[in-house]
Ligand binder design. Structure first.
Ligand SMILES: [Zn+2]
Length: 283
């Protein structure tokens, strides 16, 4: 499941082909993904210039010259492919159509953007740009973790009195938007906080320390994604999945990487999702 750094990497990969470019034709090859597509989606996209390509949480938002914004959600298995980019960032020829190519944008500049999603948990929607923040998927979202609105006082206030585990609190999209299982595990490891700790019982100083750690964990992953984009010429034109080294995620039974810590990484299940942590150095 793509998390914020992967979605940001997809956005950055799409930008050279889409930002400022006109959608000459949109192929919408089925009526729905996770939800039905908006009415007349292909017609509403055709002829629009993409004024701006931005990201909110795990959603890519394309502001269009029509005054509408296209929301793209990759879901569990959604993939974006770029081919034929005229700027030379990507050298892939247009691939033969594949079975799960549900939406294809033919850009006036010659680029082609293909959304392929075998499991169809992804989504696309159209909304008025002026009221985009009120969209049902966006309205309840808390601050972006890399934005100024996410700061120490915000997190301390959000955790105050909360008796849910800190892991669940950080996954709560109303507290901070876009954090998922992997990067929460990594941030708690770096902060030396055990994922089962009750959020409201953690000292303000330790909660405050989480803010720069969360930012650093995400920034490093986005940087790794950026490196993957630079290597893109050798790749197959698919955006957003890249190799990244995790300190705890997926390392059950392996030695803790904290210097001088004799601990092993453990895995427990919280709210149906795996948490990885070191019981020696995370308290
Ligand atoms: Zn440890």
């Amino acid at each position: 499941m793509p998390e914020l750094p992967e979605v940001e990497t997809v956005r950055r990969g799409l930008e050279p082909a889409m930002a400022g470019a006109v959608i000459a034709q949109a192929d919408v090859n089925r009526p729905d993904l996770r939800w039905p597509f908006p009415d007349a989606m292909a017609a509403r996209l055709t002829g629009c210039r993409v004024e701006r390509l931005r990201r909110r949480s795990k959603y890519i938002l394309a502001d269009l010259s029509s005054g509408e914004t296209l929301l793209i959600h990759l879901g569990m298995s959604g993939r974006m492919m770029v081919s034929g980019d005229p700027l030379g960032h990507f050298v892939h020829d247009h691939p033969a159509p594949e079975k799960h190519d549900h939406v294809v944008f033919h850009m006036e500049n010659g680029a082609r953007i293909t959304f392929n999603d075998p499991r169809r948990f992804g989504a696309m929607d159209l909304m008025q740009t002026a009221t985009a923040a009120e969209h049902k998927l966006l309205a309840a979202l808390g601050p972006e973790p890399l934005a100024n609105e996410f700061h120490e006082d915000h997190l301390i206030a959000a955790f105050k009195g909360k008796m849910t585990p800190v892991k669940s609190a950080l996954l709560d999209q109303r507290i901070v938007a876009g954090l998922g299982n992997i990067y929460v595990c990594e941030a708690l490891y770096r902060a030396k906080i055990r994922p089962t700790r009750k959020a409201g019982r953690i000292s303000a100083a330790r909660v405050a320390a989480l803010v720069p750690i969360i930012r650093a964990v995400l920034a490093e992953a986005i940087e790794a994604g950026g490196s993957s984009l630079r290597d893109f010429r050798q790749a197959d034109g698919e955006l957003g999945y890249f190799q990244h080294r995790f300190d705890v995620y997926g390392r059950e039974g392996r030695p803790c990487r904290t210097p001088d810590c004799p601990g092993m990484i453990r895995r427990i299940v919280q709210s149906g999702r795996s948490s990885f942590f070191c019981a020696q150095c995370q308290r």
